[in-house]
Design a protein around this ligand. Structure first.
Ligand code: SF4
Ligand code: SF4
Length: 145
């Protein structure tokens, strides 16, 4: 019985000591956790200063992705090029954030620096479809659904 009380006292001592120590967790979402400068979160598709999409639909990111998480459908941009800065652009672009392992190889492979991994880390959804970032989402600011 004495041994049991001693173990209980030791347990309580540890509990009280931990109560006084600073927390490792943060009260998310009220408080955001800082991420490392090189953190790789959700992707974005960049545009130039005139609002033209940098993606030329070359498909290199899709080809290099080890998780097969990217789907690109390319098309000609037409004479007036309302969307892209060059003669081709991505009509459709999707990243499956469930498949993605955030390795950053798509970013490295992109010849126009169009696809970039952002620090956005609040990835959650109610369905599998919620976790597929489509082109409008990737062109806009990263937000929590
Ligand atoms: S970060 Fe890696 S796994 Fe994710 S889409 Fe890019 S290449 Fe694929
Ligand atoms: S994001 Fe870059 S690599 Fe991917 S299709 Fe567009 S231009 Fe090519």
């Amino acid at each position: 019985m004495f041994e049991g009380l001693k173990a209980l006292a030791n347990g309580m001592k540890t509990t009280l000591r931990m109560l006084a120590e600073p927390r490792d967790t943060v009260p998310w979402p009220e408080k955001k956790r800082e991420v490392a400068p090189r953190y790789r979160g959700r992707h974005m598709l960049a545009t130039d200063d005139d609002g033209h999409e940098l993606c030329v639909g070359c498909g290199l990111c899709e080809a290099v992705c080890p998780a097969h998480a990217i789907r690109v459908v390319a098309a000609g941009a037409g004479e007036d090029r309302p969307v892209s800065w060059t003669e081709r652009y991505a009509v459709d672009y999707e990243v499956d954030l469930i498949r993605c392992i955030f390795c950053g190889m798509c970013e490295e492979a992109c010849p126009t620096n169009a696809v970039r991994l952002t620090p956005f880390m609040e990835l959650a959804g109610y369905s599998r479809r919620d976790m597929v970032a489509d082109k409008p989402a990737l062109l806009g600011p990263a937000v929590r659904k």
